[in-house]
Design a protein around this ligand. Structure first.
Ligand SMILES: C[S@@+](CC[C@H](N)C(=O)[O-])C[C@H]1O[C@@H](n2cnc3c(N)ncnc32)[C@H](O)[C@@H]1O
Length: 253
């Protein structure tokens, strides 16, 4: 298996074959940079900036699918005094997160659990100022993802914020080819290999997602689901099939 293919597999296939719980799969995800997703760094930078404007020292933030704690490292450096509860169903990923975030002491709490069953997980606070999900919810089935959104809306404080950074569905052959031009441009700019990891044709792209068990939803679907719950939603950043959405719960509901 070539290196590029292996990178692609770290986002999902490897998880399916060996599970995110496999320590090798977890370490490989953790070790990779932005080789398959050069948009990630900019989107994370925007996410941290927006969050910084909405939370205060002492606030708890909930991270759904926190993984190895890379996002928390960034947030703790950028936003003084915040605390994060990271839920993940991979103990291998949470072990990496605990090790990475050990210097931040009790600002990080790792909670093992399936984000598709949030109501069954014991969390330290019932209501949240902010909830984030970074490259994690596309692993859920559509009905699970929709019910996660319902849970998030119900458990956000008035005025609270949900930030979703994730892979989006490529909805058609025509849009695949348009996105492919954009992926190739990114690879040219950054020396990355994102285009090849997305598949050389729309059929290949869909087959790879199916093989991985990834179930990204379209931008329109995310917007419809979130708005139907009462969220006010803005697309903060969109590049091809990678999006950062901010969903705000109104202050008076
Ligand atoms: C691609 S990694 C992203 C990790 C982290 N959010 C980041 O961006 O660095 C996806 C993570 O989602 C977690 N995950 C996938 N499905 C999950 C589920 N149903 N419940 C909890 N965590 C899940 C995996 O274990 C993995 O840690």
């Amino acid at each position: 298996m070539g290196l590029v293919r292996r990178w692609f597999r770290t986002e999902g296939v490897m998880a399916l074959e060996r599970g995110w719980d496999d320590p090798t799969a977890a370490r490989e995800w953790d070790a990779q940079g932005d080789e398959i997703n050069p948009t990630r760094a900019e989107q994370l930078d925007i996410l941290a900036s927006v969050l910084a404007g909405r939370v205060r020292a002492g606030d708890w933030i909930l991270d759904l699918g926190a993984g190895s704690g890379k996002v928390e490292s960034l947030l703790f450096e950028r936003i003084p005094g915040i605390r994060v509860v990271g839920v993940d169903n991979s103990s291998a990923m949470l072990d990496l997160a605990r090790a990475r975030l050990q210097p931040y002491g009790d600002r990080f709490l790792a909670v093992p659990g399936d984000v598709a069953c949030l109501s069954r997980i014991a969390l330290p606070t019932p209501n949240w100022r902010a909830v984030i999900a970074v490259q994690s919810l596309h692993h859920l089935a559509a009905d699970e993802m929709r019910s996660v959104y319902g849970w998030v809306y119900a458990h956000l404080q008035p005025g609270g914020l949900f930030l979703l950074l994730d892979r989006l569905q490529v909805v058609s052959e025509a849009t695949f080819w348009l996105m492919r031009s954009a992926w190739l441009r990114l690879d040219h700019l950054h020396g990355t290999a994102g285009a090849s990891t997305e598949g050389a044709t729309f059929a290949e792209h869909r087959a790879a997602l199916a093989e991985e068990g990834d179930q990204p939803q379209s931008l329109e679907t995310h917007l419809e689901w979130l708005k139907s719950l009462g969220f006010e939603v803005v697309v903060l950043h969109l590049h091809g099939n990678r999006g950062l959405l901010a969903a705000a719960k109104q202050l008076f509901v």
